[in-house]
Design a binder for this molecule. Structure first.
Ligand code: HDE
Length: 731
């Protein structure tokens, strides 16, 4: 069985506060000097800060909202057949609360899943930032991360093709820092004032609210083709980054240029990066579409299960560091969020690692009520003049007020920082604190001037970089320093994909644009694409039945950059991936099933064994299993009869041809498939050709003749060289 694990190696190459420490300091009096000094991270009590709010309903009586024990299964009625009485406070309380259970969903990024984690700093980075969570090697800071899609509503499918949100809150010992980013390093527009236009164009059509969570319609492409700043982000989304295998398999980006500020006020321009330590992976469009119907919770479930199984996802956190004087040095303005700084020009400096290790206890209380804001920053981090970022600083606070109906949402358990809050903000709906200071204003003498003003020099206050200055006349116009070239970088992205990914990207645009009805929009789209690549424009035009345009070569070039391709980058880990072993319940025993599973355990790979019935330790029946359940499939010895003739050999225990469909779908979705022992006959009967991604049985052993999913040419040589060592003894 040791050999079985090596199949996985090949597969990889293929492709807290305790109750006494309430954050608001109202249960334990802290001295003033204590709150003004630099504070250490919450002590490692072994408890998570959220635990103090968790309600334990074990072995208790039901109570009303105000505490009295009671029963709530029958309403209070008059007589045997009479109406319900207004007096029934129990009924009214229960129903009223239910009627108010929902809050407005997020205007964008409504569909998401979140998890707690911990960030660990790799070192003392006080030479570049005063941020306390980066002040010491090994320093740990609790985090909460929410991943999302953008366009769909709260109940939409996870695998909609879309940009993905990657928002992380660091609960630092100097307050909360939110990095509200995406899995794509650029954005559609350069100015926040265009955001409502962008979102109105991609959201469902106004009259019929169709299509849900999709840009394959006229208005989206009308906007994209009229506003060519969209093309760069669009190209990332049309490549695999729009249909990720899981949240774990994607990178994250702060998108805007921010600033790091040191204690003595020196600044650097920085771009934030999250780099997945599992490796990037995406699904193919056919599978994404199937998943949208078969398992709308695919990403949410994957995240949950990875954490529950102890294989919580990890990312390295890093920054590209640039000098203030370099803002215009790269051929575009660093304040322009539609441009990447290629890593060949400015490499990413790794600062630490985040591991997600705890699922929410309550989705609503944590994931739904977490209120991220780009305006949540800490000493050592500062904004930049990026007009998109500037607008976001306003929008997120505004939207949180709308979702919560008042300003006290920062006091909710998931939003409150792990350090005490002292200020003169008062009252409002849902105020949860009892402020004792009778002089809630500054300056005051009645409370000895407290809370005192914390500044750069005293009390470790937040401060705005002293280097920032502006001059010039007020204007309402695109920044003159913003590059008018919207086409070179999308071409850079296209050039940097492997051949098969390039075709996927073109196919994605073909799919989307085939849904456009307006001839004008179609023409405009092809014109824009032609400025990026004549090859793309021609292929899209062909599908739309249009005449291919002549090359518009002003922005054509052959440059490439790293970090773009998904298929060209091997997976780094297998933890949390699923292998389906198709077998026959009749020919396998429980001991073999259990040995199979433990052979994969060390790599964190889940094996699900599929058979006709759930006898003998089988996990899934052929009726319930689907190719979308697995990252790879092994058709095991003993199952060949099930494949011989999909009609006549069909068992009464599953629909005709079901085993064949699973293997064929897996093949179409580009998943590695292995045929073991006498299952080779199954390969012939289903007529799956040997080739990339299909492993055949040779003398009872597997030998790779392929690459991950048959889609990765660039790493093929390396992998074939490994094949000898990675042969597997399964038969
Ligand atoms: Fe957002 N965005 N956004 N956005 N955004 C929201 O805030 C907005 C932008 C991002 O998991 C909203 O709390 C404007 C860029 C994420 O809770 C809203 C502009 C990036 C999330 C809003 C942008 C993002 C949001 C809706 C143009 C990547 C989900 C609900 C200037 C850097 C956070 C909410 C979560 C959510 C506004 C552009 C990422 C309406 C005006 C660029 C990950 O306030």
């Amino acid at each position: 069985m040791a050999g079985l694990r090596s199949f996985l190696v090949l597969f990889a190459s293929l492709g807290a506060l305790s109750a006494a420490q309430c954050p608001y300091g109202h249960t334990s009096a802290r001295s003033e000097s204590e709150t003004l000094e630099k504070r250490e991270a919450p002590p490692p009590t072994g408890e998570h800060f959220i635990d103090q709010f968790v309600v334990n309903d074990t072995n208790v009586y039901l109570t009303s909202d105000v505490g009295g024990p009671m029963e709530d299964q029958n309403s209070l009625v008059a007589g045997d057949r009479g109406p319900t009485l207004l007096e029934d406070f129990i009924f009214r309380q229960k129903i009223t609360h239910f009627d108010h259970e929902r809050v407005p969903e997020r205007a964008v990024h409504a569909r998401g899943a979140g998890a707690h984690g911990v960030f660990e700093s790799y070192g003392d980075f006080s030479n570049i930032t005063a941020a306390s969570f980066l002040s010491k090697a090994g320093k740990k800071t609790p985090t909460f991360t929410r991943f999302s899609t953008v366009a769909g509503s709260r109940g939409s499918a996870d695998t909609a093709r879309d940009v993905h949100g990657f928002a992380t809150r660091f609960y630092t010992d100097e307050g909360n820092f939110d990095l509200v980013g995406n899995n794509i390093p650029v954005f559609f527009i350069q100015d926040a004032i265009l955001f409502p236009d962008l979102i109105h164009s991609v959201k469902p059509q106004q009259d019929r609210e169709i299509p849900q969570a999709a840009t394959a319609h006229d208005s989206a492409w009308d906007f994209f083709s009229q506003q060519p700043s969209c093309l760069h982000t669009l190209f990332w989304a049309m490549a695999g980054h729009g249909i990720v295998r899981s949240f774990r398999h994607m990178d994250g980006f702060g998108v805007h240029t921010y600033r790091f500020v040191t204690d003595d006020g020196k600044t650097k321009l920085v771009k934030f990066h999250w780099k997945t330590l599992i490796g990037k992976a995406s699904v193919v469009w056919e599978e994404a579409q199937a998943l949208a119907g078969k398992n709308a919770d695919f990403h949410r479930q994957d995240l949950w299960e990875a954490i529950e199984s102890g294989h919580g996802p990890e990312w390295e956190f890093g920054v590209q560091i640039m000098e203030e004087d370099d803002a215009l040095k790269f051929g575009f303005d660093l304040m322009d969020p539609t441009k990447i700084v290629p890593e060949e020009l400015v490499p990413v400096t790794k600062l630490g690692k985040m591991t997600l290790n705890r699922n929410p206890t309550n989705y609503f209380a944590e994931t739904e009520q977490v209120m991220f804001q780009p305006g949540h920053i800490v000493r050592g981090v500062d904004f930049s003049e990026d007009p998109l970022l500037q607008g976001r600083i306003f929008s997120y606070l505004d939207t949180q007020l709308n979702r919560n109906g008042g300003p006290n949402f920062e006091q909710l358990p998931i939003n409150r920082p792990v350090v005490p809050i002292h200020n003169n903000n008062r009252d409002g709906a849902g105020q949860m604190l009892v402020h004792a200071n009778n002089a809630p204003y500054s300056p005051n003498t009645l409370n000895n001037g407290s809370p005192k003003q914390a500044t750069q020099a005293e009390g470790r206050g937040f401060f705005t970089a002293p280097n920032r200055s502006v001059s010039g006349k007020l204007q309402r116009a695109v920044r003159s320093t913003f590059e008018k070239d919207y086409w070179s970088q999308p071409r850079l992205i296209f050039n940097s994909l492997v051949e098969q990914e390039q075709q996927f990207l073109i196919n994605a645009i073909r799919f989307e644009t085939s849904h456009i009805k307006s001839a004008t929009v179609k023409t405009n789209v092809v014109k824009q694409l032609n400025k990026i690549s004549n090859k793309i424009a021609k292929q899209v035009a062909e599908a739309l039945g249009m005449t291919a345009p002549a090359p518009d070569s002003q922005f054509y070039h052959d440059k490439v950059t790293k970090g773009i391709s998904t298929l060209g980058t091997p997976l780094l880990k297998l933890a949390g991936l699923n292998i389906g072993v198709l077998t026959s319940t009749k020919s396998i025993d429980a001991a073999t099933v259990s040995t199979l599973k433990s052979a994969f355990k060390a790599d964190g790979v889940n094996v699900k064994v599929v058979g006709e019935s759930l006898a003998n330790g089988i996990d899934l029946t052929y009726s319930a299993a689907d190719a979308t359940d697995f990252d790879a499939i092994v058709v095991a010895a003993g199952s060949s009869k099930l494949f011989d003739d999909p009609i006549t050999q069909a068992s009464s225990l599953y629909p005709a041809g079901r085993p064949n469909t699973i293997v064929l779908d897996a093949y179409r979705y580009g998943k590695p498939i292995a045929f073991v022992g006498n299952a080779k006959a199954a390969q012939q009967s289903i007529q799956i050709p040997s080739g990339p991604g299909v492993y055949s049985d040779l003398k009872g052993r597997f030998v790779s003749n392929s690459t991950y999913g048959g889609m990765n040419n660039r790493t093929r040589e390396k992998r074939d060289a490994q094949a000898e060592d990675n042969s597997v003894d399964l038969a």
